[in-house]
Design a protein around this ligand. Structure first.
Ligand code: UT7
Length: 322
């Protein structure tokens, strides 16, 4: 059976930076509170007229360039987002057209902050089954558009951005040990009202705003994430001590630290971007991967564990050898 190998990563952040100090002039909050409770110092905000697809195209083009693969070779685009340009068509279709790709399939998937882990797992299964050879897996969000800028409990947490990876098929015997080693996806819809958007085409005919019971989400986070991390390690036959790089979804510094501590992962193995990017939902993992690639921590041969949890609840993990 052919395997999937992650060839490259690319990312894009909007230019405008919104600092905690600036936020404190907009809502009743402070830099101290945000840093202490979340670890966030700043986030990027998309410009007027800059859509999720624009961020996604830039990240995807960077990933293609870094892989040395032409857009015309891509036969699958899986784009994770909760902030599509339009209700339909899929933002992936817009990205496909912008990249000049006319073959294969392009679709969006919706798993909120777990979106990238879901999208990567889907692409891995398409490749393993022989349904695709060269995939673009993208996480792209403009959460600034669905925030209630009067709700200090949520508006300080999120940011905009996009990241992408190119995943290609490797034949048995080629590049031994490399590729996606194990994936695990979970969801539990009983918790759907803990983190949601209070609008939608079928219910209200509006886009709605993000609502969250932060403490409730926090309560489940480390346990759920740890479960799937443990399961992927067992599935692939690895120990936590063998992980070179831990690339968690970037929601809250306290969640990252708690999870890393549980698995005995030292700080140098944990990629942290939440301080600079805030929570960019489905984009946070590929954005963090690109930061680690650029600073040299992510390289060929790295054993990388990615995980995320978000609205639904959804959660999942992917273990891959770079
Ligand atoms: O990516 C998807 C998954 N999402 C997450 O993983 C998010 C999980 N949750 C969290 O990260 C945390 O729960 C938050 C960062 C959202 C909140 O931190 P917390 O320590 O759970 O605070 P809290 O919600 O319990 O609020 C504590 C206090 C409250 O005041 P009272 O009721 O104790 O007087 C809030 O009203 O902090 C207040 N508060 C704020 N104060 C200043 C809430 N937001 C703010 C704010 N600035 N921005």
């Amino acid at each position: 059976m052919q395997r999937s190998v992650i060839r490259s990563v690319g990312s894009y952040l909007p230019q405008r930076i919104l600092t905690n100090a600036e936020l404190a002039t907009m809502v009743d909050t402070s830099d101290e509170w945000i840093v202490e409770r979340t670890g966030i110092c700043q986030r990027h905000i998309a410009a007027e007229g800059e859509f999720t697809s624009h961020l996604a195209v830039k990240a995807a083009q960077a990933a293609l360039d870094n892989a040395g693969i032409a857009a015309s070779e891509i036969d699958l685009i899986v784009l994770a987002t909760s902030t599509p340009d339009q209700t339909f068509p899929a933002t992936a279709a817009t990205v496909q057209a912008e990249l000049g790709i006319t073959q294969g399939a392009a679709f969006d998937i919706q798993a909120v902050c777990s979106g990238f882990v879901y999208a990567l797992t889907i692409a891995d299964n398409f490749i393993k089954s022989g349904s695709a050879s060269n995939a673009l897996v993208i996480g792209a969000e403009t959460f600034s558009r669905i925030l209630d800028w009067n709700d200090r409990g949520t508006c300080v947490l999120f940011g905009d951005g996009a990241g992408a990876v190119v995943v290609t098929a490797a034949q048995p015997g080629d590049e031994p040990g490399r590729g996606v080693l194990a994936t695990r996806l979970r969801s539990d819809g009983r918790y759907r009202d803990k983190l949601y958007v209070d609008g939608g085409p079928s219910s209200t005919q509006t886009v709605g705003h993000l609502r969250m019971e932060g403490r409730e989400v926090f309560k489940h986070a480390v346990t759920n994430i740890s479960d799937v991390m443990g399961e992927t390690l067992v599935q692939a036959g690895y120990e936590a001590s063998q992980i070179d790089l831990f690339v968690p979804h970037q929601a809250n510094r306290r969640i990252l630290d708690g999870t890393a501590r549980k698995f005995g992962l030292s700080t140098d193995k944990v990629v942290i971007t939440v301080d600079q990017h805030g929570n960019t939902s489905a984009a946070s993992i590929p954005l963090a991967l690109d930061v680690a690639r650029r600073d040299g921590r992510l390289h060929d041969g790295s054993l990388v564990l990615m995980e995320a949890m978000g609205g639904g609840f959804t959660w999942g993990a992917v273990l891959a050898r770079w």
